[in-house]
Ligand binder design. Structure first.
Ligand code: OFO
Length: 177
């Protein structure tokens, strides 16, 4: 009985609108995790081990982001929904297009996070607003990392030995994280 009352009180902490926005965000983080997993596999298959390691790590990170929101919703008395398994492309043009797609993914996700932040502000849900600040900072970091890699690709190039050097640079980034 106590548990039921306790949960009812907590449910009022998270409006239905914010629960929905957070659940949608769970799906986006899961999509990103699957997308990076598919890319990691593409890279590994082609012997780009540095890039594969980088994307395996990114995939795990995105799963972590998904779980963080998942727990937040349930701890606030809401109901987190298990995300659907996203369909991801298995083939990619080349390493440059992979990083362009990854950067686009991150920019879309930044927009999505910003929208949830706006909803929280309008609804005066300062607790969820505060929780999301970590995501705002994380998106900034991720966009920066992908832009840095694309800059290196432009400078070094991917022809001949270039692809080998790029893969080594990406490996270094993966180790830093
Ligand atoms: Fe979840 O951090 Fe990027 O997308």
């Amino acid at each position: 009985m106590y548990g039921v009352v306790f949960r009812d009180v907590l449910i009022t902490m998270l409006s239905k609108q914010i629960q929905k926005a957070l659940n949608d965000q769970i799906q986006r983080e899961a999509n990103a995790s699957y997308f990076y997993l598919a890319i990691a596999s593409w890279c590994e298959y082609r012997g780009l081990d540095g890039s594969a390691n980088f994307f395996y790590k990114q995939s795990e990170e995105e799963r972590g982001h998904m779980l963080k929101i998942f727990h937040y919703i349930n701890e606030a008395g809401g109901h987190a929904y298990t995300p659907l398994i996203a369909k991801t492309p298995r083939e990619y043009k080349n390493i440059t297009s992979i990083f362009e797609l990854a950067l686009k993914q991150e920019m879309d996700n930044t927009r999505s996070i910003n929208k949830v932040v706006e909803i929280c502000l309008k609804a005066k849900d300062y607790s969820t607003f505060n929780f999301l600040q970590w995501y705002v900072a994380e998106q900034h970091e991720e966009e920066r990392a992908f832009k840095t890699i694309l800059d290196k690709i432009k400078i070094i190039g991917v022809d001949g030995k270039g692809i080998y050097l790029i893969d080594k640079e990406i490996e270094k980034l993966a180790e830093k994280e």
